[in-house]
Design a protein around this ligand. Structure first.
Ligand code: SF4
Ligand code: SF4
Length: 377
């Protein structure tokens, strides 16, 4: 297993750490039919990850409807606390007053059954959310928790543009950050500008969404051919290697749902080789192919859960992308029939768009899908 040295910024109180190249993201565990985590299957994944030397585990308050934290308590509880790093995140959007920080934090410690978080993040900061936590003195409260030994390293995960990141980095001395970075977002969402800002500020970072919720695995045919002909490993391994080759990165998070994904990542991280310039050129061509296929950049994060019309938004958008790659209208119609609610039931309330970190125009996609799936009267 390849390990990166997390070097705390000079000014920071945080300690250095040795972190596995791959971190286990806790938002895509295998599920039971009722939607709860299949604890037996997910526990087996964690056991294999520990055995392979993966030592970074990432959870958050809303993952799996709140079950991810307590699942980690169970799955990691049998291992010595010093054998893994546990990261959790403050659901900034739930805060109404400064005191809520401590209440939620203590609840998280209890759910995870730990005394401290090795890495603790303000979840999904944007410029607006950063201003909000400053107004509420959230960072002062988190510093108190750090002084009490309950937070070892304090950072944030980020969803906004490079200017907003510069603003957030200039406003506070962070120990680390977490950004979305992959060979598609490098230009499409200016991940390049974000990575450069982090390096400039000397803030080490983790990468989330290295395969962009599967978009860099389910690549259109022409892109797949390029990847396969390059002969450098599996399709996902390119995305992981690309992310892990970024200057300043100390861990690449992957939300692994099954053994195929886990073993593939373990193999990539165990024989890690940074991407070459030729491979970078090839990946940028693959990115162009994906962009020209007009696929929606849904990462299946499920932040949009709770559609009032009962639409399973990520599953529906996945179908949309499959159609855009294949233009198979018959399959599109038959698959839509299996959903609890059809795209046509979208009432364009925009509840989903307001929380989507990828800024997808979901009602527009539902409208387009409705045209394709509803038979003319
Ligand atoms: S805009 Fe449509 S898809 Fe989104 S939450 Fe509202 S009804 Fe559901
Ligand atoms: S539509 Fe947006 S919020 Fe919903 S799962 Fe996809 S990326 Fe996440």
């Amino acid at each position: 297993m390849k390990y990166f040295d997390y070097k705390a910024p000079d000014r920071a109180e945080a300690k250095d750490a040795r972190v596995s190249c791959i971190g286990f993201g806790g938002m895509r565990f295998p599920r039971n039919e009722d939607g709860t985590i299949d604890r037996k299957a997910a526990g087996a994944l964690i056991d294999r990850a520990m055995e392979a030397g993966i030592n970074y585990y990432d959870t958050a308050y809303p993952y799996h409807g709140g079950e991810s934290e307590s699942f980690f308590a169970e799955a990691l509880g049998k291992y010595p606390r010093s054998s893994y790093y546990l990261a959790d995140k403050l659901p900034v959007w739930k805060l109404e007053k400064r005191e809520d920080v401590r209440t939620i934090f203590e609840e998280q410690l209890k759910k995870c059954n730990v005394d401290c978080f090795d890495f603790y993040l303000c979840h999904a900061l944007s410029r607006k959310r950063y201003d909000f936590i400053c107004e509420l003195s959230v960072l002062e409260e988190l510093e108190k928790l750090r002084a009490e030994g309950k937070i070892n390293r304090l950072g944030f995960s980020f969803h906004d543009n490079a200017d907003a990141l510069e603003y957030i980095l200039s406003g506070y001395d962070w120990d680390f950050a977490q950004i979305q970075y992959n060979y598609l977002d490098y230009t499409m969402q200016d991940a390049k500008g974000q990575q450069e800002a982090l390096v400039r500020h000397g803030v080490p970072f983790l990468i989330m969404e290295p395969v962009r919720g599967g978009a860099l695995i389910n690549v259109p045919k022409d892109g797949l051919e390029l990847l396969k002909n390059a002969g450098g490993g599996s399709v996902p391994s390119y995305a992981i290697r690309y992310a892990a080759s970024a200057d300043g990165v100390f861990c690449v998070l992957s939300g692994m749902s099954d053994f195929n994904a886990l073993e593939d990542n373990i193999a990539t991280a165990s024989n890690f080789v940074p991407v070459s310039d030729n491979e970078k050129d090839m990946l940028s061509k693959v990115a162009d192919i994906i962009i020209s296929a007009r696929l929606l950049p849904c990462t299946e994060c499920r932040y949009c859960e709770g559609c009032p019309s009962g639409i399973d938004i990520p599953a529906t958008l996945k179908l949309y992308n499959a159609y855009m790659s294949s233009e198979d209208k018959k399959t599109l119609r038959s698959e839509t029939d299996k959903f609890p609610a059809r795209p046509v039931s979208c009432i364009a309330c925009n509840a989903c768009t307001s929380v989507c970190p990828q800024h997808i125009d979901i009602p527009a996609a539902m409208k387009e899908l409705a045209k394709l799936t509803e038979k003319p009267q």
